[in-house]
Design a protein around this ligand. Structure first.
Ligand code: SF4
Length: 281
């Protein structure tokens, strides 16, 4: 439970805090219940309000896309907390354990995120960033993105566990036991060692490390083959297109055609990057 004493500690060590919230109570309670099966939403919102009392410690909100939730309602609910960033993530899934869809032939996650994009664009009063969408804009303009779920740039971040161990892509745990472990810790190893670990090199090889379909894909510079865990299958390892392939392509094309409608040709760096595209409401 977040308390003012924690904020003092974060202040002391320069730690900023991101909070997971999937939307309004009905949306958040689908998956984020306490161990006793109760709603965690009220306690989470209290924590967010506490963080907002010292906005420089508030890193933003993280939400997992759930097709059962309305994207506009989710976006507007999260935006009302005035986070600097909203980070939408696609649910953990692999080719052996594919994501839930109501229509397997439709890019439903692409539709969902496209509606978030349209809403974000249509509400210029909000100043938050939406990391996935800004990265699609940035990568399409030849600018390096900020997340490891898109693009081809080598990774620049690691995960520190509470016991001091250093891990790579921690969500690889959803793929197989131990997949995220590097065998390193903060007591004996440097972060440079972590970033040059063989398990972290998958993105150093650019398109050569991707599935054949991705290598010839017109949006590969933006998509990068998708997030590493989402490519996994027991047969092909990580050399598959993402399980969200059609969703990512749909979303990237949706964003890029919107940019063109705003006379911003993908490939040209915009004059300013702070949510510069303002639509009409
Ligand atoms: S859109 Fe599909 S084929 Fe293209 S790079 Fe992404 S995962 Fe690969």
């Amino acid at each position: 439970m977040l308390a003012p004493a924690w904020l003092d500690l974060f202040e002391q060590y320069g730690v900023t805090v991101g909070v997971s919230l999937d939307g309004p109570p009905g949306a958040n309670d689908r998956h984020r219940l306490t161990h006793s099966g109760r709603s965690s939403t009220a306690a989470t919102v209290r924590g967010i309000e506490l963080l907002r009392s010292r906005p420089h410690l508030f890193a933003g909100l993280l939400a997992v896309v759930d097709l059962a939730n309305d994207p506009v309602e989710v976006h507007d609910h999260l935006a009302a907390f005035e986070p600097p960033v909203i980070d939408f993530g696609l649910p953990h899934a692999t080719h052996d354990d594919p994501p839930y869809r109501t229509d397997p032939r439709a890019p439903e996650y692409g539709y969902w995120m496209s509606r978030v994009y349209d809403t974000w664009l249509a509400r210029p009063r909000w100043r938050h960033s939406i990391r996935m969408l800004e990265d699609i804009v940035a990568l399409g303009s030849g600018v390096r993105g900020s997340v490891e779920t898109l693009g081809l740039a080598p990774p620049t971040s690691v995960v520190i566990e509470s016991d001091g161990s250093v891990e790579g892509v921690d969500t690889l745990r959803s793929v197989e036991e131990g997949a995220s472990r590097l065998g390193l810790d903060v007591f004996r190893h440097s972060f440079d060692e972590a970033l040059s670990h063989p398990k972290m090199l998958h993105r150093r090889y650019g398109t050569a490390a991707l599935a054949e379909k991705c290598q010839g894909c017109p949006v590969v510079a933006v998509c990068g083959g998708g997030y590493l865990p989402h490519r996994f299958s027991a047969d092909g390892g990580y050399r598959n297109p993402s399980v969200y392939c059609a969703d990512l392509e749909y979303l990237i094309r949706h964003v890029q055609s919107s940019l063109r409608r705003h006379d911003w040709t993908p490939g040209a760096v915009p004059p300013e990057s702070d949510h510069a595209l303002e639509g009409t409401e």
